[in-house]
Structures are given as C-alpha cells and as structure tokens.
Design a protein around this ligand. Structure first.
Ligand code: 5AD
Ligand code: SF4
Length: 450
C-alpha cells in the first residue's frame, strides 16, 4: 500500500527545492505526498533557522506533533534542513518524539535513512557535514509526487545551482547550517533545465545563496564557468520562456551580470539585491564589504541597462549598535532607491554567529518601532511604484485559472488578477492592460483590447 508523507517547508526557496527533492526520493520508496498532516505515515518538517522567529515556528509545530504522535504512535517524524543541522543530537533531548534528524547535506540520502528508521523506535541523527560534499549530478526532476497535481509545478520550477555560503556576514547562520559554498557543474545545471523544459516547464529560477560567486568553487571536474556565462547557456535552451535567479550579494555584482539584463531577452526584469542597512558603519560591522556609495552605483548601472527592472531588497533593523542616525540612513536609502518591495526583519541573535558578542544590543521595543516605520514607508512606495503600471500593457504568464477569473505574473514578478474567462492554460503568456494597483498585486483586463 502507498504510504503518505506530509512535508511542511519553512524558509527560503532553497528549502522549497530541497522539499521537492525529498518528495521525489520518497516516491521511489513507496510514499505519495499528502496534504493532511494528521493522517500521514511520515511527517517531514524542512526547517529554517535564519531568524529566531523561524526557529520558534518549527518548535511550536513539533510541540503540536507530539500530541498527534501520542494518538498515532506509528507515525514517523523527520526534522530536516537548517534546524536539524544546527541542533543535531540536542534536538532529540528537547523533542524525543522525533525519529530522524536530517542535515542540509544529508537530504539526498533520505531514502536510506527512511528505510533505517522504519520498524524501529530508535531515532537516527544524520547531520554530517563534509568539505568534500558534492551536490549530486543529476537530481530527480520528474513530476511532483502529489495528488492533485500542483498547477504551478507543471510550468515553473527552481533549480539549485550552488549550495552554502563563504561570506560570513556577522549576523548570519547560513555558513554554519548550509556549509561551505560549492557550485554545481554548468553542464549538470543546463542538462537539468533541458530535462525540465522537455517536460513542459517554461520558467526557471536559478537558486544559490550568492549566485554572483557561482563557479568559484566547482563541483568536481568541470570547465570554468561564471554566472553570466551560465545564464547565457541556460537562456539558449529552446522552449524556455522565462529565466530568473536569486540571490545576489552587492559586493560581487559584476558589469557582466548587469549586462545580461540587456542581452538576454528571456531574463525577467526582476532583481533582489539585499542591502541590509543604509549605514556604512553598520555595514562594516555586518562584514558586508561594500558601502552605500558602491551599492547606489550598482543600482544605477542596473537601471541604466534595464529601466523597467523591479528592484527588491532585504533590510535588518536594530543590528547591535544601530543608532537613530544609522536607522535614519536606512530610511534615506529607501527614499533614494524607492525599492519596489522589500523584506525587512528585526535583528535576532543566532547561535554561534559573531554579532552575538557585539555590544549595543537594541531593545525589542526600539526594533519593533523601527521596523514599523520602515514597513509603513515601504508600503507607500510599493503602492506608488505599482500605481505607475496602471494604463500600461504588461505580459503575464498565467498561473491559475478558475471559471470566471485568472491570475498571472509579470516579468517584474507582480501578481495580476483578471476577472475574466480565459481559454488559456497555466504557463501561457498573455498581454494585459493594468487597470488597478494595490500594494502587493495588480488588476488587469484583456477584453477591450481585442
Ligand atoms: N536577524 C535578522 N535578520 C536576519 N537575516 C539573516 N540573518 C538575520 C538575523 N540574525 C535576514 C537578512 C537576509 C535574509 C534572508 O534574512 O536580511 O538577507
Ligand atoms: Fe548569510 Fe551573508 Fe551568506 Fe547571505 S551572503 S547567506 S546573509 S552569510
């Protein structure tokens, strides 16, 4: 009989991709994905520990699972990803109902570990991290192992091109939970995308913690290849209609990469360039290796290559020692760049990172205040930026359809809702006229255009 696995993914797109890989591995071990946690034979929490809040969410879900497992002792619980990597054995002391602790480099061996925990009550911890780790060459990339099939999954997918990070920003736990930076071979990436496109995929997002340093440390024997070169190779795959990537570190953003936005037609006009703070003094303590002047110069170069680009960023407020003046500089930067959108967070200490030991910790109250001020202004700017699209024609890729409405996404990554019938299917491209703008989405129409 087919067993059921419920997978809950926390955190970033890398984790989403890792969850797909785990699901695909499990499909060859007799499991199909299910959307019901309570009746599942196996529950996997693919976890994130980037900020304290992310980790708290995982812990509270594990608490809830403890009660379910009392009712259904045969259920197996696996904690995978960054919390697993960070906690290892300790997790079992706090959460003895967990059966498998699976680190970030160990997910590829999930099949072996699942077989090992089946039929025993002895928990297994697999969190080894090795300098010699290599991302397996051809990752499984078949259809999603779930019913009903996910509409989005049929035409848009993530492809991991590298793993880990060597930057050691002073606040960040990623180099510890995901290990040293390692790139996949370009030919493997191209082959995987080709395989996806042959299955009907039309949009691909290339993933890495810092794609700009792609190719510096290659996975096994390979010809040297930079990230812009990789983009060109992937873009040549016939049938691929949209190409995106994330994330970029400002210190490594080269002219060649910026030039790709001019030269590669299918590269979408969307760029995520985390700045973290508007203060040079804070950036220095964050170990970011750029100044605001450098950042602004790169932003200008980007917009001169691609004026219709939508730029987004990440911001941390309340970094240790952040003064009112430092925060005012972050607000100044927001006014100067007018980001299309941003992800903003209150600083939180993470285990083992350097900033834990920094003086000048900021109170929760001040952090919350600064975050609210930043987010309020960002919302206004996003709305103003979105309003500028009203009246223009934008191409969308259809994502979901219903009887009398559909929605799609622009190249700039904005969602557009259209209250009309359509004969088109998810994955099809269509031009729409934007008629209304909200902070987080747009409304469009098609009927009067024809
Ligand atoms: N506290 C708050 N935010 C953090 N980020 C990373 N580490 C921390 C931390 N300790 C944010 C950064 C990063 C994003 C993914 O998460 O803004 O770009
Ligand atoms: Fe963390 Fe900095 Fe690496 Fe991004 S570049 S994953 S913020 S250490």
């Amino acid at each position: 009989m087919v067993k059921k696995v419920f997978i809950k993914t926390f955190g970033c797109q890398m984790n989403e991709r890792d969850s797909e890989i785990m699901s695909q591995i499990l499909s060859t071990h007799g499991y199909a994905e299910s959307h019901d946690m309570e009746s599942a034979d196996l529950v996997i929490l693919n976890t994130c520990t980037i900020r304290a809040k992310a980790e708290q969410k995982v812990m509270s879900m594990l608490g809830a699972l403890r009660k379910i497992k009392v009712q259904r002792p045969g259920m197996k619980i696996c904690v995978a990803g960054c919390v697993a990597q960070q906690e290892g054995d300790h997790l079992l002391q706090r959460m003895p109902h967990v059966d498998l602790v699976l680190g970030t480099q160990n997910i590829y061996d999930l099949g072996t570990y699942i077989d090992r925990v089946a039929g025993t009550d002895r928990p297994v911890v697999a969190t080894t991290m090795s300098k010699a780790f290599r991302i397996p060459a051809f990752l499984p990339a078949d259809r999603k192992n779930s019913e009903p099939a996910d509409e989005l999954y049929s035409f848009k997918r993530f492809v991991t091109i590298m793993q880990g990070c060597d930057n050691y920003c002073s606040y960040c736990v990623v180099p510890y939970t995901r290990g040293r930076e390692i790139s996949r071979r370009a030919q493997d990436v191209v082959e995987e995308v080709r395989k996806l496109v042959a299955q009907g995929v039309r949009e691909v997002t290339l993933l890495g913690q810092n794609v700009n340093s792609y190719g510096r440390k290659l996975n096994g024997t390979a010809l040297p290849c930079t990230f812009p070169e990789l983009l060109h190779q992937v873009a040549e795959i016939r049938g691929l209609q949209r190409l995106r990537f994330t994330t970029s570190h400002p210190k490594d953003l080269s002219d060649e990469l910026i030039g790709c936005f001019r030269d590669i037609a299918i590269l979408c006009p969307q760029f995520h360039l985390p700045v973290q703070s508007g203060s040079d003094a804070v950036l220095k303590r964050m170990n970011r290796h750029y100044t605001i002047a450098n950042y602004l110069e790169r932003v200008e170069a980007l917009f001169s290559c691609r004026p219709d680009l939508a730029l987004t960023t990440d911001i941390i407020v309340g970094f240790p020692g952040e003064t009112d003046d430092d925060f005012a500089l972050t607000m100044d930067l927001l006014e100067r760049v007018r980001f299309h959108g941003s992800f903003s967070f209150k600083y939180s200490d993470r285990p083992g990172v350097r900033s834990c030991d920094f003086d000048g910790k900021i109170s929760e109250e001040v952090k919350s205040e600064r975050l609210a001020i930043f987010q309020r202004r960002q919302d206004e700017i996003s709305l103003a930026r979105n309003s500028a699209y009203v009246g223009s024609l934008l191409e969308i890729m259809i994502e979901r359809t219903s009887e009398n409405a559909f929605q799609g996404r622009t190249g700039t990554n904005h969602i557009v809702h259209v209250d009309e019938k359509t004969d088109l299917a998810p994955g099809d491209l269509l031009e729409v006229e934007i008629v209304h703008a909200g902070q987080h989405s747009l409304k469009g129409k098609v009927d009067s255009m024809h």
